[in-house]
Design a protein around this ligand. Sequence first.
Ligand SMILES: Cc1cc2nc3c(=O)[nH]c(=O)nc-3n(C[C@H](O)[C@H](O)[C@H](O)COP(=O)(O)OP(=O)(O)OC[C@H]3O[C@@H](n4cnc5c(N)ncnc54)[C@H](O)[C@@H]3O)c2cc1C
Length: 348
Amino acid sequence: MKAIVVGGGIGGLAAAVSLRRVGWEVVVYERSESFGEVGAGLGVMPNALRALEWMGVAEEARKLGTPRVSGGVKASDGRWLAHLPEVGQEKIVAMHRADLHGVLLRALPSEILFNNVQVTSVEELDADLVVAADGINSRLRAELLPDAPGPVYAGATAWRGVAPGPHDLPITQTLGPGGEAGVLPLGDGRVCWYVSVVAPPSADLDPVELFADWHDPIPSLIASSPEIIRHDIYQLPPLPTFVSGRVALLGDAAHAMVPYLGQGACMALEDAVTLASVDGDLLRYDALRRPRTQAVWRSSRMAGKFGIEVRSPIALALRNFVFRALPKSTAVRGMTRFSSWQVPAMPR
Ligand SMILES: Cc1cc2nc3c(=O)[nH]c(=O)nc-3n(C[C@H](O)[C@H](O)[C@H](O)COP(=O)(O)OP(=O)(O)OC[C@H]3O[C@@H](n4cnc5c(N)ncnc54)[C@H](O)[C@@H]3O)c2cc1C
């Protein structure tokens, strides 16, 4: 059985690794000049680590990610709203995107990877299974589901970078007025960070100014990053199906979500392993993946409403009070509510 994967991002490569493990002959088509990922960080949660374990690459990923450090949620003045021991490795493995992408790339033989190939229609593809892993602006999705709405602006913009920094920083998510910031130490002298604010699309804003009075090390990480990437945040309204004929949508092509729970790429890894588990039964893939990813999509949206979108001083004080009053076990449950996912049973 032959599968063609369209898109060589984290989702597409994970699909190729997974399908090959259950015996599919796979090729990957990527439109860019080379296979790679932009320089920024990514949180890999325990559910996604389980998917990587099944693919046989989790050990390598763990080694490249955050060491055992504490972590939690802070207010913009640096006070802890929730502080937990051993967040690093236990609750999240923060990785450089290029490192995660590299781990998947090394698990594939180079002769099945074709770059500089821009797929324009499913009709061009001669395969038993086509995996549309071509990202949030998926061309294949637009062809197969022409009536489904496309991506919509989610009301916020984000900047991301990698800066030099100490090995033992805690992993933090900081919530401030109309914005949030994340610090993801990699344990090798590099610290990945992201900041986002509520803003109109393409607004002329400078993150150095916006986050100047947030707690350390946020301002210094922004200032010392050699390169800063900016993304306006878009999300894909829930689709009526993830499959059409022999085509399965996977990753952001199926369910691009706001990044406030850090589960977008994790869902793509789960999709990949699940697709390998259904033995070509795409309706089963849709039944297993659509409810789960759409629940995570909705919760991510909700996390934004109680996080980045809170702006008035009264609402902010109330939100922070509730956070601090929560018992640790509730905070842990909140952070890990999608982490218990298990790899589905595989075909014999
Ligand atoms: C600010 C921000 C922070 C985030 N933080 C996290 C996090 O902490 N944890 C997490 O899990 N997720 C996070 N995410 C989400 C995560 O980045 C995405 O969900 C994930 O990268 C999607 O991977 P993908 O492979 O589905 O799509 P993409 O990475 O978009 O890959 C699609 C690939 O397809 C190729 N392509 C497109 N069209 C064609 C075509 N016609 N023919 C051939 N190739 C094509 C593209 O060149 C690209 O390489 C974050 C997202 C943002 C914006």
